[in-house]
Design a protein. Sequence first.
Length: 229
Amino acid sequence: MLDFNFQKTLQRNDGSHFTLDIRLCCQSQRTVIMGASGSGKSLMLKAVAGLLTPEQGHINVNGVTLFQAQQHINLSPQQRKLAFVFQDYALFPHLNVRQNIACGICHGLFNPKKRSRYTEVEHWLTAMQLNSVAEQYPAHLSGGQRQRVALARALIAQPRAILLDEPFSALDTQLRAQMRSELSAWQQKLNLPMLLITHDPEDAAAFDAQIWHMDNGCLYSAPRNNRNE
């Protein structure tokens, strides 16, 4: 389901260089990437999503080529059809919940109108239990509500995979456990490959996933019988 082999060298602020050398081939529906801050996890996810262009290699998801340097294939983020949930959720503060979710299906220069009603949006408002806060703005939402809005906005576009960048880091312990359970249920229901990056072993332990470790820009597969250590 996931076939990555790509490289990218970046220059740090101090003038030194950091090389991302990603080699991953995984057939699991759930893949977890663990690693310390600064190991390159978020950079890898941005490359998969099309927000960072590798210098060479390829990126395939579910048999679809998203990037292939030799063949000059580099699909735009929209063409890749990947649901990307950022660590800070990246909600638009000037748009209410209904408008934020509608952004997943409305592309262009103009924001979704406040009075607009889309069948798909109303479906996800109900599915994510957000009807009561549909007219509220992100600043007035709880951490769990913001995460549900971000997830609904990502899933409404009918993606081919889900990418999650430290999705539970801003939540307290109790809410974190609840949202792990909800995410697991949605992933199973939609039958979508999931790529989750985290530094928290408890996040990794919550999913029956193939676990990889990242260190200094490189990935290492964890043995199944030792994957949560």
